[in-house]
Structure formats: C-alpha cells, structure tokens
Design a binder for this molecule. Structure first.
Ligand code: BDR
Ligand code: CA
Length: 320
C-alpha cells in the first residue's frame, strides 16, 4: 500500500504541515514518526508530534523520542524565534490529546525495528537535525539496504537562515549532518532552503487551507508566530513550508527536480559552521581539479504552483 515512509521530525509549524501531508495521503504507508530536539526541546517536539497525529486521526502511527541534544557540542539555541515558545505558535495545547502512548523504546530502536520488519526499502524523511539518523547509521550499518532514500530538508546553497551561512537543521548538528550526507552511502535527496523559500505560500493559500476543513483550520491556527517571523525572513507576507516540500518529494518522487552535486558540511567553529558547501562548478572542472566528491541529489527546482496545490489538495482531502 503506497510509499512506505518514516518521518524524523522536530515540530515545528512547517513540520506540522509535513506530518499532515503524509498522514492524510492515502497512497502513503506512514510506518512511524521519530522525534528529535530542534525547534523546541525534545519533550515539546514529541508532545507536538503525538498531538498532530491525533489531529489527523492517525493514532495508529507509533511515535518514539530520540536525541535530546546534538552528537558532540551543545545546541546553541532553539528555533522559538520562528515557531513560538512551544513550537506551534503557543497553540500546541489547542490540539487534541495524543491518541496513543509514546513507544517505550528510543527513536533509533523504533527505526531499526520498523526497517527490519519492512518487506521493501523504506523512505525516511528527516526534517529536523540529523542526529537520530547519524546515530542509526553509525550503530546499525547493515540497515542501509533497508532504506530506499533519505529525503532531507536542510542546507542552503546561497545563504543560511540561522546564520548568514547555515540553515537551521544542519547548523543544529553539523557533525551529524556530515556523517549522513558525506560519510554514509545512503541515497539522499537534499531539499535546501533556496528551493523551500521559492515554494513559499501566501495569505491567500493559508486562507484556502483554513477553509478546507477541520485539519486545515487547525493547521492554519498554528501559524501566527511563524507568519510574523516570515514577514521579516521573506520580505513579503508568506510562509516557507520547508518540511512539507521535502515530504512532498518523499511521497511523490520526482515532484522536485534534482541535480547530482557534491556536498560538504562545514564543521569548523568559524562563521560558516553548519554551512552546506555544494559544488556547482561544471563536472569537467571538478574532475580536472581532482575534487569530485560523492554526490547528493540536491533539489533545485519544481513547478512552484503545482507543488503548492499538491500540498493543499492532500491536506484538504483531495488525492491529486
Ligand atoms: C528548517 O528549520 C526548522 O526551523 C524548520 O522546521 C525546518 O525543518 C528550516 O530551516
Ligand atoms: Ca523541522
């Protein structure tokens, strides 16, 4: 039944949209959700994930909590400046109570058991810091063959959002990101903020979401703090639904156009810590300089209106 998917997440307003997109898509077999620190502390991201699944009527989906901090160094600060104090614009308590208990195992253990039980390779959509995924691949190298693709929201080609150079998910745990993107040989699609910003939706889109039904209205209700932040970040009245763009690719492979490009992650402590260095020189020049590193499929373009319509239709109950 459809794409087998696991979401690793730190909800987060755009994570909320991404979870709803997957949870409400009839052609997706959402096997589980694992949580990680990030936009808010782990206790809050986990509560938010459980409540968001309850909102979508998906109490059948198991949820396990993972890393509460980065692999090596402390997390300098949370993403509350964009997502509000509780990660959902101060509205988490408005969501329904969780439809099930948290799994009694950690995120890596749940990932391993779901992957081992799956009869076909599974897509994982990491849409927060990459700590859980780095731990999974480090501790269970043989599990790679059970992973179809990692469709990762993260990185920036031209600039960052948390710092001038670094995007939040990669900046939150650069060592984990480097392990996953550079050192592991798992097929990866990287969905950077350059493209997710271009996919931003406006007030009209949000009004249609709010009018689409009870889930859409509840999701729109989670956006006030996020909308305020994105007025400044984008320079116009809209929001970037970053994580939903990555999940769209996870459930509709090819909805984003990708290019195979070498990616490095800056792990030094200078002003570029957490930057993704994506080599966009012509391949012939890279090869001549003997600098052709392993490539990642980097999402560079899409039919912007088509993508926005796809997310809206799916959350509204249409199955385009
Ligand atoms: C990413 O950072 C988080 O704040 C969002 O949820 C998204 O995953 C965007 O940079
Ligand atoms: Ca996120």
């Amino acid at each position: 039944m459809g794409t087998k998917l696991i979401i690793d997440t730190d909800p987060g307003v755009d994570d909320a949209f991404a979870i709803a997109l997957a949870a409400l898509s009839e052609d997706v077999d959402l096997l589980g959700v694992t949580t990680v620190f990030g936009n808010v502390p782990l206790s809050a991201t986990t509560r938010n994930a459980l409540r968001l699944l309850a909102l979508c009527g998906r109490g059948d989906v198991p949820v396990a909590a993972g890393a509460e901090r980065p692999l090596v160094y402390p997390h300098p600060h949370r993403g509350t400046y964009a997502h509000g104090a509780d990660g959902l614009s101060g509205r988490a308590e408005v969501l329904p109570q969780p439809g099930r208990e948290l799994e009694p195992v950690d995120a890596v253990s749940l990932l391993v058991s779901l992957l081992e039980a799956a009869e076909e390779p599974v897509t994982i959509a990491p849409i927060g810091p990459l700590t859980n995924i780095a731990l999974l691949l480090a501790a269970h190298p043989g599990i790679r063959e059970k992973i179809d693709r990692l469709v990762i929201m993260g990185g920036g080609l031209d600039h960052g959002n948390t710092t001038a150079a670094a995007e939040f998910n990669i900046w939150s745990d650069p060592e984990a990101a480097r392990r996953v993107l550079v050192e592991e040989h798992v097929p990866c699609v990287l969905v950077p903020m350059d493209l997710t910003h271009r996919c931003a939706v406006d007030a009209d889109w949000l009004a249609k979401l709010a009018a689409s039904g009870s889930v859409g209205a509840a999701l729109n209700g989670l956006t006030p703090d996020y909308v305020e932040y994105y007025k400044k970040a984008l320079g116009f009245a809209g929001i970037a639904m970053h994580d939903a763009v990555a999940v769209a690719e996870a459930i509709r492979p090819g909805i984003l156009r990708t290019e195979e490009l070498p990616v490095e992650v800056e792990c030094s402590f200078g002003p570029s810590r957490g930057a993704t260095v994506v080599d966009r020189r012509r391949p012939a020049l890279r090869a001549k300089m003997n600098q052709d590193a392993p490539a990642v499929a980097v999402a560079v373009d899409t039919d912007l209106d088509g993508l926005r319509g796809f997310v809206l239709d799916r959350i509204a109950g249409g199955q385009s």
